[in-house]
Every structure is written in C-alpha cells, then in structure tokens.
Ligand binder design. Structure first.
Ligand SMILES: Cc1ncc(COP(=O)(O)O)c(C=O)c1O
Length: 534
C-alpha cells in the first residue's frame, strides 16, 4: 500500500470506526437510543445462553444497522476503486494489432515512473534483497533468455531443468545438514513451501495416526502463511504466546496445547516480525516426545544462518541435526538473491514427503501428478536459482551474511542509545523490531516514513521493523537511519498529539476499530482494487 492508498484506507477506516462512541452518534442520528439500549439489555441476557455470539455481533444483525454498515463499507470500497483509477488510463482490451517492440518498451518505462520508492537506494525494508551486482544481474538475464519457455512439469522435454532442480535441492539440504534420506522440492515462495508442509502433516497424520481434526501448534510470532494454510486446508491453527520481551515462542504453553489431534508444531528461525529465533532444540524434544512433526520456518534466515553458524557468529540450532526437525522451508528468493518465485521445502525423508504430492490415477487426461501446488511452472525460476547458488558459493553467501550481521549489530547498538525505544527480543539475523512505552511508536514510524523510509509496521504489540538486506549494506544506511530515527523519536516526544500518516495511521486506526470484520471487508475492497479498472 503506498502513501496515497494509505491515506484513503485511513479515511475509510475512520468513517467506519464502529466503537461504542460512534454507535451512540449513529444512534442519535437515528434518534433511537431506547431501541439500542433495549437491544443491548436483551442481548446481554441472551448472551448467557448463546456464549459464542458477542453482543456486538448480535447488534450488527439488526436490519437497519446492518444496512447502514454495508452502505458505508460499499462507499468506502468505491472510493478505493476510484483512487486507483484516477490517473491512469488502463488498457482493457487487446489491441487490434500488436504494438511494436519499442512502443512496448517505452510504455514499460512510463509505467515504471509510477514507483514512489527507489528500492535501490536503501530506503525500503526487505522486499528486494539483492545489492545490485551487475555481474549477477547479467547472469540472471542471460539465464532467463536461455530457459525462457521451459516447463519443469515436463521433465522428459526439459531434463536439463530437472537436473538443476535436483542440484538446487541437494545443495540446500546439505546446508541444513540433511542426510541421504533428506529430500525436497522447489516452490514458488515461502508461502507455498509452508502451505505444502502443513498439508503434508495433515495427510500424514490422517493416514498414520487416524487424526481427522488436525491441529498445528504455533507461536504467535509465526508467519501469516501458517494461518493461510489452516484456512485453505481446514487445519486448526492453535496459537500460543511468545515469552515476555524475548519474542520467543513459549515452550511451556506449546507443550500444554499439544493434544491427540496435534499433527505438528512450528518454530521460526527467525520470525518475520521480530527477527527472533525460537528455541528449536526444545521444540525438537517436544516433537519427538509426542511423535509429531516439527517444521522450522527458515524462509527469512535460510541463506544467512547456515553461513554465520560456520563462522561461529551464531550458536543457534535450527536444522536436521536436531532429531525432531522433520521439515524446513528456505527462501532462495530472499537472501539467496534469486528471482522472486523461488523457495525450497525440505523433508526429513521420502516417507513424509509423499503426503505433499497430489496424485490422481483416474483423470481422463492421464495420471495427474504434481509434487507441489503448481501444474506448469517456469523453468526460468529453477535455472536462475541454480545459477545464483553456483555464483555465490559458500564464500559469497558467507561474505554477504557477515556484512548484514555487522550492519544489524551496529544498528542495534545505536538504537539502544535512544532511551525511548526498546528493541524486541534479540535480533538474530537481519530484522530489528522496535517498540516503545514512552513515545507513540506509530508516530515515530510516521515521521520515518515522511523522511522517505519504507518500514514494516507491526501490531500486537505496536511496533515497526527494518529488515536489512545487501541493499542497505551497499548504501551504508546506518548513520542516516539513526539520524532520522533520533529526529522521529524527539518529534514524537515533543508532539505526542500530532497526527500519524501513511501505514502507521492505518494501523493506529485499525487498532481502534472494534469490529475486525469491518476491517476485513474494507481490506477485501483494497485487494479487489489491485486488479480493478474500467
Ligand atoms: C519467516 C517468514 N516465513 C515465511 C515468509 C513468506 O515468504 P513469501 O513472501 O516468499 O511467501 C516470510 C516472508 O517474509 C517470512 O519472513
């Protein structure tokens, strides 16, 4: 979401804020407070008997309130649509005759001018992980050209791509101390790797433990894709809290939540939001004790941790050396510096991985079998991932990882000198998350955004993070970042009532909207607008 979209989203949420006070306003408007009080009294009574329906949810079903809310949501969504259309004339039908190559190229450049952030100058958190090495870019472009139309769905036609995929999996499994039984596949990204792992545990537990109501126990710090997996695959995701200020999943709570329906537990190495590594060793013991799976999400840390471990800069345990670890997701399209659309899912053995597969033997198009979600895939992703791994080698990735860790350590020390800020947990690799009990951290985030930084805004608790990449290393961002952060904190301290802007304002507002289903509906409108024109 960029600033303009953010502004609009914010206005929308403001107008939809359905907290108690607004309800009273709404009610005054309809001059009907007695009806509402009556409803409330009646609902409170009913609530004793129907304890899974909140008072608010019940009130929302009153027809005129329902209509009012829907009207506001619809108009908000319309506004979002309008905003997206405003300054661009979309092409909505195929041109009768194709454009010339030069025309297409110039149109591409014209579209690119719409970008507000120049990610290459180090102001964007995460997003693009690679520090513009022309040598590697040329290699990638040449590889794209060479494998442009290849499709690994047909290994008979593209045996070359099959070899590359095998080699990618082998190299990565070696990094994670896999043995001859360890196996895996390339997927389109961290989310697909995680979806695959969750489906695998669901089906493994169904066939081997007769579990028909599968549950996965995760710390609240796990990536959102586990929640998505629960939704897609009908798995109950049981969330346990993180321990105090360490940001690590509470192992005791995790142990308490494991029951006869638990198919696996999950640890992050490190977590997306706070960059903290869970106690994977203790999770491994738990998994062994209960004969359940343990997935380690190394999507973010996968191309940093193994390298710094070898240099002694990291003493965490996170890989197949721990006997309870049964799968690991590793994103090559993050610190592996490959193109987007590339991740590896590894399993302890083939006996487990087979539950990832989809196989239908009756289809009239033949036996339909795919290892992951995709059918046809681009061989370009396989080939560029393979090229990137070979290009960097152990020494290349180690050097990049050490530089990122050094920058992280430098920033952590500098942030610690700002007394109003608190770093969440112990940032393990590249993510530093900060919150505050003294200043409004979203106001600090707003000021950082006004200074041109594109940071990740977090909630529960309110915080933001910067995810450091080679781009930040290359741009030597440390001094400027700390200078701007100090300014932003001072500003927030001296102007506590100042308005927040951009994404910070949105999160500030969503935290006050009592009814999250409204936030969900407007977010749905936002997603619609991503591809809406005419
Ligand atoms: C820890 C972690 N897991 C999973 C993912 C999902 O990765 P992707 O965006 O490639 O689907 C991310 C993304 O940032 C992540 O940080």
């Amino acid at each position: 979401m960029d600033r303009e979209q953010g502004k609009l989203f914010l206005e929308t949420l403001k107008s939809l804020n359905m907290e108690k006070t607004n309800f009273l306003n709404l009610n005054t408007r309809f001059n009907n407070i007695f009806v509402l009080l009556g409803c409330y009294y009646f609902t409170k009574k009913t609530y004793k008997y129907v304890n899974n329906i909140s008072v608010y949810n019940w009130i929302k079903t009153i027809p005129w309130i329902k209509r009012y809310i829907q009207k506001r949501v619809d108009s908000a969504i319309k506004d979002i649509d309008k905003e997206f259309k405003s300054d661009h004339t979309f092409i909505n039908t195929l041109p009768q005759n194709g454009y010339g190559v030069n025309d297409i190229k110039s149109l591409q450049l014209q579209y690119k001018t719409k970008r507000t952030y120049n990610y290459d100058n180090g102001v964007v958190s995460g997003t693009v992980y690679y520090g513009s090495n022309p040598d590697l870019t040329n290699l990638m472009c040449d590889t794209v050209r060479e494998f442009i139309y290849s499709n690994p769905l047909h290994p008979d036609v593209f045996p070359d791509v099959k070899i590359m995929e095998t080699e990618v999996v082998n190299m990565v499994k070696h990094l994670f101390n896999g043995n001859k039984d360890t196996c895996g596949n390339l997927t389109s990204g961290g989310t697909e790797s995680i979806l695959m792992a969750c489906k695998t545990y669901r089906d493994w537990a169904r066939d081997n433990k007769n579990i028909t109501k599968p549950e996965i126990v995760v710390g609240e710090s796990v990536h959102g894709s586990f929640l998505k997996a629960g939704d897609y695959f009908n798995i109950k995701i049981v969330t346990v809290p993180v321990e105090g200020s360490s940001g690590k999943t509470c192992i005791k709570s995790m142990a308490n939540k494991i029951n006869k329906n638990t198919v696996c537990i999950v640890g992050s190495a490190p977590s997306f939001a706070h960059g903290v590594i869970d106690n994977i060793k203790e999770m491994s013991d738990l998994a062994l004790k209960h004969n359940i799976g343990l997935h380690v999400d190394c999507c973010l840390g996968g191309f940093i941790l193994p390298f710094i471990k070898q240099t002694g800069l990291c003493d965490h345990e996170f890989d197949f050396q721990l006997p309870g670890v049964t799968s690991i997701s590793v994103d090559s399209h993050k610190y592996g510096n490959s193109m987007k659309g590339s991740s590896i899912i590894l399993y302890k053995n083939k006996k487990l991985r087979k539950y990832q597969y989809f196989i239908n033997t009756e289809w009239n198009g033949g036996i339909y079998a795919t290892p992951t979600i995709a059918g046809s895939r681009s061989g370009v992703i396989v080939a560029t991932t393979w090229a990137s791994l070979l290009y960097h080698g152990m020494s290349g990735y180690t050097e990049l990882a050490i530089r990122i860790i050094k920058l992280k350590n430098h920033l952590v020390q500098a942030i610690k000198t700002i007394p109003e800020l608190r770093i969440i947990g112990n940032p393990a690799t590249s993510v530093i998350a900060v919150d505050s009990e003294i200043v409004d951290i979203y106001l600090v985030g707003s000021k950082m955004s006004e200074k041109g930084w594109n940071l990740n805004i977090l909630q529960n608790p309110k915080a933001f993070h910067i995810c450091l990449t080679s781009v930040h290393v290359k741009n030597k961002i440390a001094e400027k970042f700390i200078e701007d952060l100090s300014y932003a904190v001072t500003y927030a301290k001296t102007h506590p009532d100042n308005k927040k802007s951009g994404t910070c304002a949105i999160y500030g507002m969503t935290s006050t909207v009592g009814d999250k289903s409204i936030v969900k509906e407007v977010t749905c409108g936002f997603l619609d607008s991503l591809t809406y024109s005419s």
